[in-house]
Write a protein that binds this ligand. Structure first.
Ligand SMILES: [Zn+2]
Length: 255
């Protein structure tokens, strides 16, 4: 792939960085990322990855834009209330970068369709708001050996983790949470501060860019926790669970 003049100009601030350069930018342009949930996290993820030059974004969300979403789901505008979130986000992406190829998926993810949905995907970004979807997405990523960038934000606290199948020490989301249990904290019940989802979503986009372009060292193996009250970040070592129902078996066979 050779970049045209418009692309060389558009991405010049990344191209000039030794960590990215032309080779890294070409990887971004050739990459295909799936974003699960076009809510508070998925919106900044989609906008930043489109702006950064990720070639194809598959947007997965069956929901429509609601008035209560507008406080934090920054790809959607007041006039988008009632529209499908993937359609609204696709418009926002096109306005920022018409070169981004967008695929809109409004099917509900389930055990039967998720593996096909991830065909050709290089990185999955999870911005969903419930444990069932998180586990479904995690387990599929482990099966398909696709890197997963998972984020969560509630009230004034956010967290982030990366599963990287290329890293043998990388735990998956299920290593951390094991089962859904009974607590499914979501913004509708507990609330969330608007900029917090931007902080976490931007970090998810950053980790995704790093994974694709081969920049630095990914967050894999750690849980990153942000407490907005104290403006403190904690990076906690996260061991993988050898008995994990999702990734334990694949690891034991040494694959
Ligand atoms: Zn695991």
């Amino acid at each position: 792939m050779t970049m045209n003049d418009e692309q060389l100009l558009r991405y010049s601030r990344q191209l000039m960085m030794p960590d990215i350069e032309v080779a890294g930018q070409e990887k971004l342009l050739a990459a295909s990322v799936a974003i699960v949930g076009l809510g508070g996290l998925g919106c900044p993820v989609a906008l930043y990855l489109a702006a950064a030059g990720v070639g194809r974004l598959t947007l997965i969300d069956f929901d429509e834009v609601d008035m209560t979403n507008l406080q934090r789901q920054i790809a959607h505008r007041t006039e988008d209330v009632g529209r499908l979130k993937v359609a609204s986000a696709a418009d926002a992406i096109a306005a920022i970068n018409p070169g981004t190829d967008v695929i809109q998926v409004t099917e509900r993810l389930d055990e039967d369709n998720i593996d096909d949905m991830l065909n050709g995907i290089d990185v999955v970004v999870d911005g969903s708001d419930n444990f069932n979807t998180r586990f479904l997405v995690n387990d599929a990523c482990v099966r398909r050996r696709i890197p997963l960038v998972s984020g969560a934000a509630i009230q004034l606290e956010g967290q982030l983790m990366v599963y990287d199948p290329a890293d043998p020490d990388s735990p998956c989301y299920r290593c951390l949470y094991k089962t859904a249990g009974d607590e499914d904290m979501n913004c509708a019940e507990f609330g969330v501060a608007a900029p917090l989802v931007g902080v976490v979503g931007a970090m998810q986009a950053m980790e995704t860019l790093k994974l694709i372009a081969g920049v630095g060292k990914s967050l894999a193996g750690f849980l990153l926790v942000f407490d907005a009250r104290s403006a403190e970040w904690r990076k906690l070592k996260l061991p993988r669970n050898p008995d994990c129902a999702a990734c334990g078996a694949t690891r034991k066979t040494g694959s």
